[in-house]
Design a protein around this ligand. Sequence first.
Ligand code: GLP
Length: 251
Amino acid sequence: MKLIITENYEQSAELAAQMMLDVVTEKADALLGLATGTTPVPVYRYMVEAVQQKKTDFGRVRTINLDEYIGLDGEDSNSYLYFMRKHLLDACQIPPERVMIPNGMADTQAELDRMNAFADANPIDVQLLSVGANGHIGFNEPSDVFYDRYHAVKLTQKTRESNSRLFSSIEEVPTEAITMGTGGIMRAKKIVFLATGEEKLDAMKKILEDGEVTPDCQGTILKFHQDCTLFLDKGMADQIRPAPYVEVRRV
Ligand code: GLP
């Protein structure tokens, strides 16, 4: 794991975006693994700027998303398809045929089969990632095991509460989701990882400090990834003591 300590979150987002864009410069039809939540929003802003200013060509880029709520239609403003269209896909003119995201309204098993068939045949060139307050990645909630491929999950109360800020009430937050497995995330060739905010500090300590790799905090498995770069602003990084093998760089 490489840790890049930045002055502030805005700088983290800009550097993370540049890393995503560099992959596309090297491989025009790169498969970008995408994430949702508030953390990646400024990353997408920088990516959109680069595409609109014609610094990077997204004419052949393909995307695959980590997860989607079960029961939300793509037109629902809380669905992850809606989020992706709003923050990246429409502005970069990436058409639906180059976008893989679980359909929360379709038959769940059929959707899992569709996502898994694609994911098995198409390695992710770079995966953008953040973490939930309980250390989940994608929607891989604390568990006794690490799941490998796309699967359906029941969301924990903590996750529903945390994500309820984007809904009008907690009752509206779906109880289930489809998510890429932790195994699928680990198969991405490169991972660009960001976290910000006090509520993520505990999880980030478990991920960065010397300690167990445990499905109880799914993000800890990132310690085993060969090409994972984590961006943290100094406010958070200074409260963490990375394990000795973490390559740390301040910018
Ligand atoms: C959701 C997503 C995760 C994301 C997490 C954190 O639960 N499934 O992929 O990392 O939210 O979101 P935020 O960045 O808003 O804190």
